[in-house]
Design a protein. Structure first.
Length: 305
């Protein structure tokens, strides 16, 4: 295994405001501490992989604007290969409007911009990115035809396919059947299951659609491995939460890299759990992603290396 991950996904600039609580509809409250952070689920996951020592080739789009320039420079600085990230001549770079409450919980509204113009042809034009890689990692902040095209190429080149179905939406069964590992959080799981409210029933419903292997992230409860008929709960690590933005992206990036390095699914989920735990102790999306030495030390202190 070469430890190489291909990521098809989004790049956003995160505009973050802290507030004592989240406002009710129609309500205005006074916030503080406005900051901008590089983000986007695809870019977050790419940086997560790169900081942990993996090789990352990213496929996506940004606008020809200052945010786009900044995002390209940021991911490149962390070692992400940006060869296949296009500059869109018409659409602006995506942005995410994020409110953080006093407990570090967030609400997010995304204006996709150039991300929503990533096409199946963009992916096919980036076929060289798949050669010699190990894992394809994707999310749903780009159009579904790009996700499907990437899945086709992954199967052609023998990559394992990891899909983080966020933001949640219904997915075709033929796509789910070609995903090796589905990484939903609990709300995403329930939506994929058609609104099912029971976790186990939801898992079985999604598996019946074709996604046999699920790793469900449960926030402060940890993660649940649902591999065919096997179930294993991995408890969360106890940490002081500062900012939950991109915790799931830290998990997904660490999980994908661990698979790309030949680790078992259980080991990959442990890496993901640890990366997510470290990320929530820091503000921002990409700035919160841990480096490999931090992750290994975190696990060693807990007897899991």
């Amino acid at each position: 295994m070469s430890g190489t991950v291909v990521i098809v996904g989004s790049l956003n600039m995160d505009l973050v405001v802290r507030a004592p609580r989240h406002p009710q509809p129609g309500e205005t409250i006074i916030g503080s501490g406005f900051q901008t952070f590089p983000g986007g689920k695809g870019a977050n996951q790419a940086v997560a992989v790169a900081r942990l020592g993996g090789k990352v080739r990213m496929i996506g789009r940004v606008g020809q604007d200052a945010f786009g320039e900044a995002l390209l420079a940021t991911v490149a600085r962390d070692g992400v290969d940006t060869t296949f990230i296009r500059r869109d001549p018409e659409a602006p770079t995506g942005v995410a409007l994020i409110t953080l409450d006093a407990a570090g919980q967030n609400t997010i509204v995304v204006a996709s911009g150039a991300n929503w113009r990533v096409s199946a042809q963009d992916v096919r034009d980036a076929e060289a990115a798949f050669a010699g890689a190990d894992v394809l990692l994707m999310q749903l902040e780009c159009p579904l035809d790009a996700v499907e095209a990437a899945t086709d190429l992954a199967h052609r080149y023998g990559l394992r396919v990891v899909l983080n179905p966020a933001p949640a939406r219904a997915l075709p069964a033929d796509l789910l059947a070609r995903v090796d590992y589905l990484l939903p959080n609990q709300p995403e799981l329930m939506l994929l299951a058609g609104g099912e409210s029971d976790r186990e029933a939801a898992i079985r419903a999604v598996q019946a659609l074709g996604a046999r292997n699920l790793v469900v992230t449960l926030g402060e409860e940890g993660a649940l491995l649902a591999l065919n008929d096997q179930r294993e709960h991995l408890p969360a690590y106890k940490v002081t939460v500062v900012d939950t933005v991109a915790a799931g992206d830290a998990f997904a990036g660490a999980f994908a890299l661990a698979l790309a390095e030949g680790k078992s699914v259980r080991e990959a989920a442990i890496w993901g759990n640890a990366a997510g735990a470290i990320a929530v102790t820091r503000p921002g999306a990409q700035p919160s992603m841990p480096r490999r030495d931090e992750l290994l030390q975190f696990l060693a202190e807990r007897g899991q290396v």
